[in-house]
Design a protein around this ligand. Sequence first.
Ligand SMILES: [Fe+2]
Ligand SMILES: [Fe+2]
Length: 376
Amino acid sequence: MLAGKALHQACVLMQADGGVLYLLRHEQGKTSLVRAAALPELADQPDNIPIDRPAISTIVAQTGSTLKFDDATATEATAMIDPDTDLPPGMESGAIAAFALTNHARDVVGVVTLSNDLSSDRAFAHESKDLIARFNRLAGAAVERADLLDQIGQIRFDPTERNDRLRRQVEKLAFIEDIDGVRGDDAFRLAISMLARAAEIYDEGTGNHVFRVNEYSHFLGQTLGMDANYCHQLRYSAQLHDVGKIGVAPAVLRKTTALNAEERREMDNHTVYGHRILSQSPRLAMAAEIALNHHEKWDGSGYPDGKRADEIPLAARIVQIADIYDALRSRRPYKPSLDHAEARNIILHGDDRIDVAGHFDPRVVEAFGDTHESFD
Ligand SMILES: [Fe+2]
Ligand SMILES: [Fe+2]
């Protein structure tokens, strides 16, 4: 959708009658251009054009250069133009201009080809170079980011490939500096909260669970006297605790009957998958630590490593209690929601599944006990 808007803007800026916008994709060792928008609009599904197919768009994608032909019917132009790739659907082109779409790092992320109808007899103006630079500043990074988020939302591949793709996307998202006028930190936070949301879709789809866990964890961090920077990090890192579930085989994740030993191992691996995904970005170091350790237990009976007591990072010990409190309060297909008093009793005194002394950090339990009314 954003690609369509961007293409429309490019047409307005450059006074073009139509155009096509491609995004550059590298998948399984192959590079191609994927048609993301066309004007006039195309009814068909997006086309995938191998990068080695001779056409103006593929040359631009590979070289980053701008190509313009005032007369697209001249011999030197027709030798380069691939009408199926370079021209908007159904258009007889008189003039054509193609340029690379670049992000902040000046990497080529896509290609825009614009064209003017033969009958309109207009060439692309000489000052278009400035316009292209200006267009790229406004649209390049935004289109790239929208595409990344789109890909995260559509991930349906085998676990290894899924993890690899996610890792690459998280890496890129963590370094994107501004989004549609939202700068720096806000952009970063927006990107990771969308990632947390995307991960949740694969799990129990519990809506605002991840955001509540952020808030509970932040509050517990403050109660424990941690400094402002630590609490700030906790507030955006906690939501990513179960991101690794994206890496768990869907058949295991969605299984409603009891898991066998192998399936249980796969499920428990969400901690390791999450850590692998998140440790790509230094800004997500705390989130990676939480993902890896949020199922460890104080007495060493947890997973994946059986760490005990202070070996478990404090952030993970905090998120563990925030997560369990919210899970107890939430309705799940197999259990009703509990009220605050019942959930508080379980965290302070345990039940048939939770052994408070064995599972939790006594300091965090105490902090919860002192302030439990605020959780309600
Ligand atoms: Fe988990
Ligand atoms: Fe959770």
